[in-house]
Design a protein around this ligand. Structure first.
Ligand SMILES: Cc1cc2nc3c(=O)[nH]c(=O)nc-3n(C[C@H](O)[C@H](O)[C@H](O)COP(=O)(O)O)c2cc1C
Length: 139
């Protein structure tokens, strides 16, 4: 394991804090996010050295800088145990497959949870969005 990787096996870390940076390519996800009302860019990255969590981010795509909220980690609610980076852009609609994206992770909103129902996750993501918008308007 690299010395940069200060994660414990469950992905939680009290050592590292934002800001973090990562870059990758947008690949096809499972399409579940759109059904939940929160479509996401699935970012294919190399090794992940960022603690699992839900974050406020800025995403740079071509020359555009877009605001977003990101999930880094396993998707416990749907029993997906392979870590992922997913970004929901706040004011963007469109197809970005295969584009390179640079992500600046600005602020930790919360830890990743396993929700009892998809509806509970939706309610939490709506709350995440509210807090993120409030944080981003002051930038
Ligand atoms: C802001 C945000 C917060 C999220 N928080 C959680 C979480 O706490 N627990 C979880 O299991 N999944 C969480 N997710 C991941 C969603 O479950 C995931 O985006 C959804 O299943 C869609 O996956 P897909 O794009 O591969 O279809 C979050 C996603 C976003 C965008």
């Amino acid at each position: 394991m690299s010395s940069l990787c200060l994660q414990s096996p469950n992905g939680k870390s009290k050592v590292l804090n934002p800001p973090f940076y990562l870059a990758g390519t947008v690949e096809k996800g499972d399409g579940r996010g759109a059904k939940l009302g929160f479509p996401t860019l699935n970012i294919k990255t190399g090794n992940l050295y960022i603690p699992y969590g839900v974050y406020v981010v800025l995403a740079k795509i071509e020359e555009q800088v877009l605001k977003g909220i990101a999930h880094v980690g396993i998707i416990e609610t749907f029993d997906i145990n392979k870590p992922r980076v997913e970004v929901h852009l706040l004011d963007f609609k469109g197809d970005l497959y295969n584009q390179r994206v640079e992500i600046n992770i600005l602020k930790l909103l919360r830890q990743v949870h396993k929700f009892k129902t998809p509806q509970d996750l939706i309610v939490q993501m709506q709350e995440d969005e509210k807090i993120a918008r409030n944080f981003l308007k002051n930038l």
